[in-house]
Design a protein around this ligand. Structure first.
Ligand SMILES: Nc1nc2c(ncn2[C@@H]2O[C@H](COP(=O)(O)OP(=O)(O)OP(=O)(O)O)[C@@H](O)[C@H]2O)c(=O)[nH]1
Ligand SMILES: [Mg+2]
Ligand SMILES: [Zn+2]
Length: 288
């Protein structure tokens, strides 16, 4: 029996499409593996002769909605319309950093963007992650801007409803033509995008679309977890190791000093305080 490692790229009713290099197989899961414990993105051991999954390999990370394993990069799509909720962007960043997923902010619909809108995002997030600008209506430019960022990785498109995630996917993987639009025609809520599948781009990169959302809870994050996932804070060394960058005497907190000096974005910091205090409140309620 020869066992070879593949990655699951699609799952429909007990059939799994698994990929290795340019090769795709349709396989089943071994009976002892529960079918619903095998997720898109999973690396699996395949018996090529019997066309079965023998084993699911341990995951680097796992996203619940939609279920996706081993995501390496997240394109957080924002646009002038619908207006960005930056608190939501901050929450996504916290979540992705904590899962070891590299975020990239993609400003889409630049055909509708005022320069001050772009500048504001660069001021807020320029020190946090890479930022790229596109318009999904401009196919060539979108492809040339995003292809090098995506090459060799498994990325997801994520962000608020109607920012253009599926439109971008259609540019990157032209053969699939997924449905886009402001409101779902199927009538199951406002989201157009529902199922999870990984698409293979011409350059071999892997990409998955995700449904838009307008709220995200950070229930599993302690106040300390919140602090740990602000990479732009790490450069500054406060007097006390356990500094929460809020209550400490101004002169002892290098993060607060950096905010005053304009080295850390003030809006980002103010929203951090909000998220930290929310997590603190929750902790108090839980543990008294
Ligand atoms: N002007 C302009 N419109 C765009 C651009 N990209 C997408 N749109 C439009 O924005 C609307 C929403 O696009 P979708 O691609 O469905 O957005 P989505 O983020 O996938 O939405 P959900 O799946 O519902 O979360 C559609 O009407 C698109 O035609 C762009 O770059 N410029
Ligand atoms: Mg969509
Ligand atoms: Zn501090």
């Amino acid at each position: 029996m020869i066992i070879i490692k593949y990655q699951v790229v699609k799952s429909v009713g007990g059939n799994f499409w698994v990929k290795k290099d340019n090769h795709i197989l349709v396989v089943k899961g071994r009976k002892k593996l529960k079918d619903d414990k095998i997720y898109v993105g999973d690396f699996v051991d395949i018996d090529e002769n019997q066309k079965v999954i023998e084993k699911v390999l341990s995951r680097k990370n796992f996203l619940i909605r939609p279920p996706l394993a081993n995501v390496e990069q997240a394109l957080i799509v924002v646009a002038p319309l619908p207006k960005p909720d930056f608190l939501l962007v901050d929450k996504m960043l916290i979540k992705f950093f904590s899962l070891g997923i590299t975020p990239i902010i993609v400003i889409n619909k630049i055909d509708l963007c005022a320069q001050f809108f772009i500048n504001d995002i660069i001021e807020q997030y320029g020190e946090v992650c890479k930022i790229v600008l596109i318009s999904a209506l401009d196919y060539n430019n979108t492809a040339t801007t995003l292809n090098p960022e995506l090459s060799g990785k498994f990325s997801i498109l994520t962000g608020q409803s109607a920012v253009g995630k599926t439109s971008i996917l259609n540019v990157l993987v032209p053969d699939i033509e997924m449905e886009t639009g402001e409101v779902s025609k199927v009538g199951r809520g406002r989201n157009t995008t529902r199922h999870s599948e990984i698409f293979v781009m011409h350059n071999g990169a892997l990409i998955a679309d995700t449904p838009g959302f307008n709220a995200l809870e950070l229930d599993e994050f302690s106040p300390e977890d919140i602090i740990d996932n602000y990479p732009e804070f790490n450069k500054f060394k406060c007097k006390y190791n356990n500094c929460n960058h809020i209550a400490e005497n101004d002169n002892d907190c290098a993060v607060k000093q950096a905010v005053r000096d304009g080295k850390i974005n003030k809006k980002r910091y103010e929203r951090f305080v909000k998220l930290y205090l929310t997590a603190k409140e929750k902790e108090k309620k839980q543990y008294g």
